[in-house]
Structure formats: structure tokens, C-alpha cells
Design a protein around this ligand. Structure first.
Ligand SMILES: NC(=O)c1ccc[n+]([C@@H]2O[C@H](COP(=O)([O-])OP(=O)(O)OC[C@H]3O[C@@H](n4cnc5c(N)ncnc54)[C@H](O)[C@@H]3O)[C@@H](O)[C@H]2O)c1
Length: 256
């Protein structure tokens, strides 16, 4: 695996580009929105919850549930209307696990209930919707651009929450298949980030206490890897794992 560093100055290459962020109101999405603004990007944010201040007063935003195709169509239309084109898309919205498939809940007849698929619908189907809309819109931009998806350490490692791990392995599948379909055939690169434990609202405080707060990184670490993947035109098909502030490309790096 190739370990690399990211300097703030290399992120300035993203200046003046147009970026859509999903799941922008908290955690990794909010940290990325802040990073993008810091580096001169025109951000269009979306989430099911409002942005906090000061971003709420400053950043164009559309309330969007990523598991709804119609709402995502409206999001991309609104961003295009605002800025004229779209360069990069961060498919980031995600939720915690809901099922391991071991639950024994039954209905009034005693028949086993189906698994709750909310996590699959948001973390995987939502990302498929975002990627499809991103391809459609970015290829119309004169300079093209890129897509970054939020995977996880559980995109490639053993992790017992079944729906979550399945959804994040699915994100890796999107990366590996779309790599073949995009650049250089289309002016669109695709990459993903795979954060290890990161201090956001998806990770319960009690769990952070168990893991140890020194092993949990700040969401700005992940944000820097996202902006790096958008800004560096050489990066395509990469899965950038981050852990405690360090970065590895585990897909195309040496021994990746
Ligand atoms: N925090 C970690 O340790 C960690 C590690 C690996 C991957 N991730 C991934 O990072 C991504 C961001 O999560 P986070 O850790 O910042 O958590 P977070 O809860 O702080 O942020 C997630 C955001 O997604 C939004 N969201 C939830 N459902 C949505 C929906 N249906 N449509 C649109 N927005 C929705 C939430 O409102 C929230 O603002 C997720 O995909 C998560 O799986 C997190």
C-alpha cells in the first residue's frame, strides 16, 4: 500500500470548480463543504437536515433524501440552474447499520419480518442514483470533472453489521466497475474515500470511548482526502483509506 501526504497548497487546484455534496450538514460532508469553500469552490450542498450556521446563510442548499431518485434529480437541476454546470460530486450521505439479519421479529401471524433495508437504500442505492446523475451532468461540463464516493474501512475488511458492510462493499463495486466506464472514454474520473473511525455523529460517543479517542480521526482528515481526489487530475480509480490522519491508496497504490 502506498502511503502519501496531502498539502493544503495542492488542494488549491480545485479553485472555482462547482461541487455538489450530499450529506453536507454534518460530519465528513460538513467538513468537506468547509474545506471546499476554504479552497475557493462553488459548493451546492444537500442533506435531509439543514446546514448549520454560518454555512446555512452562505451556501446554496436543497433538502434532498438521497434514497429518492426524484429528489436527487431536483438537486442536480437546482445546482445546474445556480452555476450553469457541475464539475465534481461528493456522494457521501450515509447512515449507521440497521440489521445483521439475525433479528427474530415476527408479524401477528408469527411469520418472520423482512430485514430493514434503509441502510442499503441510503448508503448503496442512494450512491448509485448520485453516480448516475453525476455522470449525466459532469459529461456536459466543458472541462469534465470527477466523482468521489464515501466508502469505509468496511468496504474491504470484515465488519459484522451486515447491511452497512454490504453497502460499503457495494461502493467499492461501483468504483471498480465505473473505473472502466469513465476516463478516458468520458471526461470523468471516479474515486472513493475509505475512512477509518472518524469523529462524527454516526459513531456513538460510547463507542468512541471504547475505541479510544486517540484512534478516532477528525472529519477534516477525510475532507482533505476528498478534495485531493477532486483536485488531482491524475487520480482515477483510487480508494483512499485514511486512519488517524494518514492516507493510503489501497486500490492502485503499490501492493494495493
Ligand atoms: N464516521 C465514521 O467513522 C465513518 C467511517 C467510514 C465511513 N463513514 C461514512 O461517512 C459518510 C458520512 O457520515 P458521517 O460519519 O459524516 O456521519 P454524520 O451522521 O455526521 O453525517 C451523515 C450526514 O448524512 C445525512 N443523511 C442521512 N441520511 C440521509 C439521506 N437519506 N439523504 C441525505 N442525507 C442524509 C445526515 O443528515 C448527516 O448530515 C457516511 O457514508 C458514512 O457511512 C463514516
Amino acid at each position: 500500500m502506498t502511503n502519501f501526504t496531502i498539502s493544503d497548497s495542492e488542494l488549491d487546484a480545485i479553485k472555482d470548480q462547482v461541487v455538489i455534496v450530499t450529506g453536507a450538514s454534518s460530519g465528513i460532508g460538513l467538513a468537506t463543504t468547509r474545506r471546499l469553500i476554504q479552497h475557493g469552490v462553488k459548493v451546492f450542498a444537500s442533506d435531509i437536515n439543514d446546514l448549520p450556521e454560518p454555512e446555512k446563510s452562505r451556501v446554496p442548499f436543497l433538502k434532498t433524501d438521497v434514497s429518492s431518485w426524484a429528489q436527487q434529480v431536483a438537486l442536480f437541476k437546482a445546482a445546474k440552474q445556480k452555476y450553469g454546470h457541475i464539475n465534481h460530486v461528493f456522494a457521501n450521505a450515509g447512515i449507521a447499520p440497521k440489521t445483521t439479519l439475525l433479528e427474530d421479529e415476527v408479524n401477528e401471524n408469527g411469520d418472520l419480518l423482512p430485514p430493514i433495508l434503509t441502510t442499503i437504500n441510503i448508503n448503496l442505492i442512494g450512491v448509485l442514483y448520485t453516480v448516475k446523475l453525476a455522470v449525466y451532468h459532469i459529461k456536459q461540463s466543458p472541462t469534465g470533472g470527477s466523482i468521489v464516493m464515501t466508502g469505509s474501512g468496511s468496504s474491504f475488511a470484515r465488519f459484522s453489521p451486515t447491511d452497512y458492510t454490504t453497502s460499503k462493499h457495494g461502493v467499492y463495486g461501483i468504483l471498480r466497475s465505473m473505473y472502466e466506464n469513465l476516463h478516458p472514454k468520458l471526461p470523468i474520473r471516479i474515486n472513493a474515500v475509505a475512512p477509518s473511525w472518524t469523529d462524527t455523529s454516526i459513531v456513538p460517543r460510547e463507542l468512541i470511548d471504547v475505541i479510544g479517542s486517540d484512534k478516532v480521526q477528525s472529519p477534516d482528515v477525510v475532507a482533505r482526502s476528498v478534495v485531493c481526489l477532486m483536485a488531482d487530475r491524475e487520480r482515477h480509480g483510487q480508494m483512499v483509506y485514511s486512519d488517524r490522519g494518514e492516507f493510503w491508496d489501497i486500490e492502485t497504490g503499490e501492493n494495493g
